[in-house]
Ligand binder design. Structure first.
Ligand code: ARG
Length: 461
């Protein structure tokens, strides 16, 4: 039985049902749908559209439906097109005539928008919590790293030494922005669309404000057309998750590179690596590669939805049904990625000797020599040329840079001491820089950021 049997005669073609049904994925909104229905029923009661006994009866039926759904005893019917249809059908079977009043003043258009906002609010907040967990891992690893250094890279060429802690926290701050974006999205989407009806509101005494409050939304919609057609929150969520995915992809790429024989900076734990079906010696960084690969899919989910939305006239259009699968997919993939990467980062062994050795390459202190000359009064561009010339000579003539610096009239032994392994990084003292003092301050600030983000997530229930 369809919900529109009065208007259209005969049955719906089988292919139309198969093409349009969304039950196989929107059934995961069942509990949100029930929450929306409960609030709606109470609102109808407050408006005098349902008597007290009817409210009680409908709420009992909704409880029964919930029990059936959560125990997997719910019997879906072949023509349950979506979760809303399935729930209403079952409520009507259970409550008889009063069941037919459930949909009073409501449309599936405001209903699905409500369900999806409830889902997004909960899931984005839980992603934010998982981001915090990964940040905690990075923090722990950064603290453990102490004064260990490695080369910082630009263009994937060794550039300057940095502390490993600094490097790990760089990812931590990117994740802090991800968390911030998700929470801002949650705040913006915290608006109830219920009461907008199909598109124009209702002639009946509904109570959208009370319903919004009961559902825990910050406010109700301002405009019914906007309420049922707005999927900005889905697009925003998909963007937030796509960018988070890009950050995880970059972390993944780094782990791939670091765990190569050539770099040798990281050894993955066996539980977080995979083997090869043919090559007995292989240990592969598949989690890191999947974090990299799956970011493509997250980006695809975002661009797919934007393409779906771009040509839609107000208000609801069935195209909007295409919002759910990408959102569910991006959320599911992100939960997995965050958990898997937290595991990888917790268990990876950093080969700090190897990193330190690479960071000790005297050429990485070239800019320290130039800056030393600047402090002697030489203009930077000239100092850059002097040191660049020495590096060039050192390579061409195969003479250690230290010797050339020592012998240079403008430099000498005080300057040469800057090339000692481990010295350059200690000279990075500006705020936010890669040296030990700045990093210890940064660590404290990061700890505070995590604390305030945790209370932000917990506060916005
Ligand atoms: N399954 C639909 C969706 O996800 C629910 C709303 C259906 N509304 C309608 N007018 N056909 O968008």
């Amino acid at each position: 039985m369809t919900l529109w049997q009065g208007r259209l005669s005969g049955g719906t073609a089988d292919v139309v049902m198969r093409y349009s049904t969304s039950l196989h994925y929107d059934r995961r909104l069942a509990l949100d749908d029930l929450a929306g229905s409960r609030a709606h029923v109470r609102g109808l009661g407050r408006g005098g559209l349902l008597g007290d006994a009817e409210v009680t009866e409908l709420l009992a039926a909704l409880d029964q439906v919930e029990a059936e759904l959560t125990s997997d005893a719910f019997a879906f019917a072949p023509d349950d097109e979506d979760i809303h249809t399935a729930v209403e059908r079952r409520v009507t079977e259970l409550a008889g005539d009063v069941g037919a009043k459930l949909h009073t003043g409501r449309s599936r258009n405001d209903q699905i928008a409500t369900d999806l906002r409830l889902y997004a609010k909960r899931e984005l907040r839980s992603v934010a919590r998982e981001i915090l967990a990964l940040q905690e891992v990075l923090l722990t690893r950064a603290k453990e790293a102490g004064d260990a250094g490695l080369p910082g890279y630009t263009h994937l060429q060794r550039a300057q030494p940095v502390l490993l802690a600094h490097h790990l926290l760089a990812h931590g701050w990117a994740l802090a922005r991800d968390l911030d974006r998700l929470m801002a999205t949650v705040k913006r989407l915290d608006v109830s669309p219920l009461g907008a009806g199909a598109l124009a509101g209702s002639s009946l005494p509904l109570d959208p404000d009370g319903v919004a409050e009961e559902l825990g939304f910050g406010s109700r919609f301002e405009n019914s057309l906007d309420a049922v057609s707005d999927r900005d929150f889905v697009a925003e969520a998909l963007f937030d998750l796509a960018l988070l995915g890009v950050h995880l992809s970059r972390m993944g790429e780094e782990l791939v590179v670091w765990s190569t024989e050539e770099f040798g900076f990281a050894v993955l734990d066996d539980a977080f690596a995979t083997g090869s079906s043919m090559l007995p010696q292989k240990k592969n960084p598949d989690v890191a590669e999947l974090a990299r690969g799956k970011s493509g899919r997250l980006i695809g989910n975002l661009t797919g939805l934007l393409a779906t939305l771009k040509g839609l006239p107000l208000a609801y259009n069935r195209d909007l049904q295409e919002d759910k699968e990408p959102l569910f997919d991006s959320v599911d993939q992100t939960h997995l990625a965050l958990a898997a990467l937290a595991g990888v980062m917790t268990t990876v062994t950093f080969n700090t000797d190897r990193m330190q050795e690479a960071a000790g390459d005297s050429a990485l202190a070239a800019v320290d020599l130039a800056e030393w000359l600047v402090q002697q009064g030489m203009p930077f561009r000239q100092a850059h040329a002097v040191v660049g010339g020495l590096v060039h000579d050192s390579i061409e003539r195969r003479v250690p840079l230290e010797e050339l610096v020592e012998a240079h009239p403008a430099l000498g032994s005080e300057a040469a001491a800057l090339l000692e392994p481990g010295v350059a990084v200690t000279r990075r003292t500006t705020p936010g820089s890669a040296g030990p003092l700045a990093v210890s301050i940064q660590l404290e600030r990061f700890v505070h950021r995590l604390e305030s983000d945790r209370s932000r997530i917990d506060g916005e229930q």
